[in-house]
Design a protein around this ligand. Sequence first.
Ligand code: ATP
Length: 514
Amino acid sequence: MAKQDDDFKKVISHAKEYGYVFQSSEIYDGLSAVYDYAQNGSELKKNIREYWWKAMVHLNENIVGIDAAIFMHPTTWKASGHVDAFNDPLIDNKDSKKRYRADVLIEDHVAKIEAKIEKEVAKAAKRFGDAFDKEQFLATNQRVLDYQEKADGILKRMGRSLENEDLADVKSLIEELDISCPMSGSKNWTDVKQFNLMFGTKLGASAESAMDLYLRPETAQGIFVNFLNVQKTGRMKIPFGIAQTGKAFRNEIVARQFIFRMREFEQMEMQFFIRPGSQQEWYEKWKENRLKWHLSLGMGEENYRFHDHEKLAHYADAAADIEFRFPFGFKELEGIHSRTDFDLSQHEKHSNKKLQYFDPELKENYVPYVVETSIGLDRMFLAVFAHSLQEEELDNNTTRTVLKLPAVLAPTKAAVLPLVKKDGLPDVAHKIIEDLKWDFNVTYDEKDAVGRRYRRQDAVGTPFCITVDHQSLEDQTVTIRHRDTMEQRRVAISEVKGIIHKEVDMRSWLQRMQ
Ligand code: ATP
C-alpha cells in the first residue's frame, strides 16, 4: 500500500512540475476535486479526445457527433430519473467525522479479499514454475475458491440491498464485515443515507422568475433529447449512434484520488440506437470494440479487465465496466451499458412528443433500444499519464524519469535543440521548426547542456529530440534521438518529417483495432 501511495504521489507531483495538471484556483488554496489542465495537459487531453472522436465518429459510417448544451430543461432530469435516483449511499464515521460512500467502503473490503487471491496465485506460480496453469489453479484451489465465494457473496448482497433501497442492510453489512474508518480505525458509524449528486443553479434575472436548473451530471441526456432531430436531419437508419464529448458535474461525496474523481469532469459518450431485442448482441460488440480501442494504445493487455455489474442502474438491463490498473489498483475507466428504451420512453412520457423510429424493413414504429459507451476523459488522462510515468535504471548506474506516452497522444511530438546558442545553429533549428509546425506540435529549447535538455524532454514525454550541431551547417543533417530507446541517429533534415510522421500518425495507431 505504501508503495502504491508513493507511486501515486509521484504521478501527482510530476503532473504539476511538468505543466500537466494544476489544482484549480491554487493561489486561494484550491477548490476540492476541481483541477485545471496546464500547457501540456490541455494538449494531451485534446489528443485523447481526438483519438476517441476519430475512432468513434469518423471511422464509423453510422455514428455522428453532436455538441449539446450543458444547461437543459429541468424536466430532462425528472424524466431521466436523476432527480429521484441519482444518489450515492453515504455513511459518516462519528469519531473521525469523515464521510464515505458506503458501497465504496464495501468494494474496498472486497478488493482486499481479491488481493489475497492474487497473492495465492503469485505464490503458486513461483512454486510450480513453467508448469503453472492459472485457470486450473483458480478453479480448483480450495483457499482461492473460498475467498472468491466470500467476495462474490458480499457484492451480491450489497447489490441486492442497494437495489431494494434497503440501506439498513448496507449498514449491517459494513458492521458484519467489521469495516473500520480508513482514517481513524473507528467502527462507530451513522446510518446510511442517500445523497443526490446534482448541482443546482438558477436561470433568470429576478428571484421570482428564476428557474431552477441543474448542471448536467452526464452528457447522455443531450443525445437522447436530440435523438429524433439527428435521425431525421441526418437521415440515419437504425442501427446508428450519436456521440459527444463535454463537461459533466457531480457533487461527489468522496472526491479524492486526484483527477480520478472530480466534481467537474469531461465525458466521452456514445449512444447506439438499435432494434429492441438486439441489445445483447450489440452490448457484446461494443464491449469488444471499446476494449480494442484501449489496447490499440499499447498499454498492456494485463492492465485491463471487465467487471460485470451486479447492481444495475435504474435504466439498465446489462452493464460492465472496463477497469484499468491505476496506481491504486483496478478501477472503473469506462462503462458499457445496455439502457433498454428507458430514456427515450421517459422523454416521450414527460414531453408528450413521440420519440419513435419507423423501421422501413419491419414496417413498424418503435422506441429504439440503446447501448451506451461512456468514458471519463480525465480518467483516461490519468490512466495514460500514470502508466507512462516510469523510472528507468540506466547502464551507468543513474536513473532517468521518462514519460512514455503513446506517441500519438504526446503533447509535443519533437523538440528542436541547437547544440550551442551561437554560430548560426539556432537559425537552423528555427528553420526546422518553421517547417515542422504545420504538421506537428513542436518546441524549441536552447537552455542548458544538451544532456539535460534530453532529460527534460524525456520527463515531459516528447517522443523525439532533434539536435542541430556544426555538422548540420555543412551537410544538412541532424541527430534524431528517440525518447524510449534513447537511440540517436544521424539523418538528413529532409527526412525528419517522415520519421516523426511514421511514429505519431493516428491512422497506424487506430489500425491496430482491426
Ligand atoms: P463511479 O462508480 O466511479 O462513480 P459511475 O459508474 O458513476 O462511476 P458513470 O456514470 O457510468 O460512472 O460515468 C461514466 C464514466 O464517467 C466513468 O466510467 C468515469 O470514467 C467517468 N466519471 C464518472 N464520474 C466521474 C468523476 N466524478 N470524475 C471523473 N470521471 C468520472
